[in-house]
Design a protein around this ligand. Structure first.
Ligand SMILES: Cc1cc2nc3c(=O)[nH]c(=O)nc-3n(C[C@H](O)[C@H](O)[C@H](O)COP(=O)(O)OP(=O)(O)OC[C@H]3O[C@@H](n4cnc5c(N)ncnc54)[C@H](O)[C@@H]3O)c2cc1C
Length: 285
């Protein structure tokens, strides 16, 4: 049944602020998922978009072959990100309708993930936004650079989101301020005069990405892949359980486009590839 209060789309229901905490399994099939508020959703087919390590733990280690569980559990996440969100003073910073991929030196194109305190950040991506009223002035700008989860190990045990607040402590705030200042200095070299345009600065770390998105160690693109051993990180969308399927950035391909293609692959497992591809093609005619 589709209730309007649950953002009903194409006969489906979307729930907000509902965290899945457990999969109920009987006779090699998932019967329901439990939320952290105690509610339950039952169904006949389940597709999990969570980080696969988390899905397997929520289903139960004993429900999978030990070698399969251990292989996935041993995979390392790719690097995470430190981001700055800048709000500009009105009409101070010119809007450019494109992104920037900036490296502080041409040597850093292949090595921006390897840094120390002095050389960080070696690269960043920048994108800006404007208001509907103008395309001359930017109202905000986002900067993203690589950072290792290990740099945040001191606060690994904390969890903080807007719906589940926890103070990570003064040392965390000091760390963020130090990193933000270093990042701003690097940005200023690319955009001279940039700092005079700033109204406010907000920052997020791998802990923010981990706590909001649920990815292992706040990774940006799923698990590390090895071109010499592609099967090591290969995770099929169909699981050993009769009605449990996986999708998302650690299955098939990562990135915004990658997960869309991955979703088609997962749905093909359920509906049949020919049927689904024909249906997509006919909707484009
Ligand atoms: C900082 C950053 C920058 C990026 N930049 C780019 C880019 O420029 N281009 C690009 O192609 N890709 C980029 N990516 C990667 C891209 O965002 C991901 O590959 C892609 O969004 C992953 O899609 P997904 O469907 O696997 O998961 P997500 O889009 O991450 O969705 C997972 C969802 O599951 C929810 N969730 C997690 N746990 C639970 C739970 N227990 N119960 C209920 N819900 C839960 C999360 O809240 C989230 O909404 C970036 C990633 C990051 C972190």
């Amino acid at each position: 049944m589709c209730y309007p209060q649950n953002n009903c789309i194409y006969g489906g229901e979307v729930y907000k602020h509902k965290e899945v905490v457990q999969f109920d399994v009987a006779e090699n099939s998932v019967s329901a998922v439990k939320m952290n508020d105690g509610s339950t959703v039952s169904g006949t087919t389940f597709i999990s978009n969570l980080d696969p390590k988390t899905t397997l733990k929520m289903v139960g280690v004993d429900k999978f072959r030990k070698s399969y569980f251990n292989r996935i559990d041993s995979l390392e996440g790719v690097i995470s990100a430190f981001s700055l969100y800048i709000v500009f003073k009105p009409e101070t910073f010119k809007y450019r309708n494109h992104n920037y991929y900036h490296f502080t030196s041409s040597d850093h194109i292949w090595t921006s993930q390897e840094y120390d305190e002095a050389s960080w950040p070696k690269a960043f991506m920048a994108s800006m936004s404007t208001t509907k009223k103008t395309d001359v002035w930017a109202d905000g700008m986002t900067f993203i650079t690589y950072i290792k989860f290990d740099d945040l190990m001191l606060w690994e045990q904390t969890f903080n989101t807007t719906s589940e607040k926890e103070d990570r402590g003064e040392s965390y705030e000091t760390f963020k301020e130090r990193k933000a200042e270093k990042f701003l200095q690097t940005i200023e070299l690319k955009f001279p005069g940039f700092r005079n345009c700033i109204k406010s600065v907000h920052a997020s770390t791998p802990l923010s990405y981990r706590d909001y998105i649920g990815g292992y160690k706040g990774n940006m693109y799923g698990y590390e892949k090895d071109s010499n051993n592609p099967m090591k990180s290969f995770i099929a969308s169909k699981t050993k359980l009769n009605n449990l399927y996986l999708t998302g950035q650690s299955i098939n391909m990562h990135g915004v486009l990658g997960v869309t293609i991955g979703a088609v692959v997962t749905c093909s497992e359920i509906l049949g590839k020919e049927y689904l591809v024909n249906k997509i093609n006919s909707s484009l005619e």
